[in-house]
Design a protein around this ligand. Sequence first.
Ligand SMILES: [Zn+2]
Length: 137
Amino acid sequence: MTSCIFCQIVSGDAQASIVYEDDLVMAFMDINQPNPYKTLVIPRPHRETIYDLDDELAAALFRATVKIARAIRAASGCDGLNIIQSNGPAAQQDVFHFHLHLLPRFRDDNIILRWDFAQSDRATLDRFASDIRNHLT
Ligand SMILES: [Zn+2]
């Protein structure tokens, strides 16, 4: 089995609360929910960095990201959405599979991340994922 946790989610070997999937892209709830409905979007094929995406994959990722962003807004009532790409050793992360963080921001937030968060349980993540899926158009 691959050691990449995101590839394990793509293959179904690791559990995740799935928000969206098509032939090239997958989205699922981040275990860490500093702001509710924080979602990860990834290419299905393993690509380490943004520089490794070909044009087709890049277009598919952004198309899906826009669709999911609208659904997050509809589901959560967020007032804004930060999209963050940070991966690789320079970001001090340990998953080297390109991913976008879709991070809802609410009116009272004057910072990007609330830091008083804990890892969410599966039932909470499943509920967030279901809310977003119900708003996909
Ligand atoms: Zn991977």
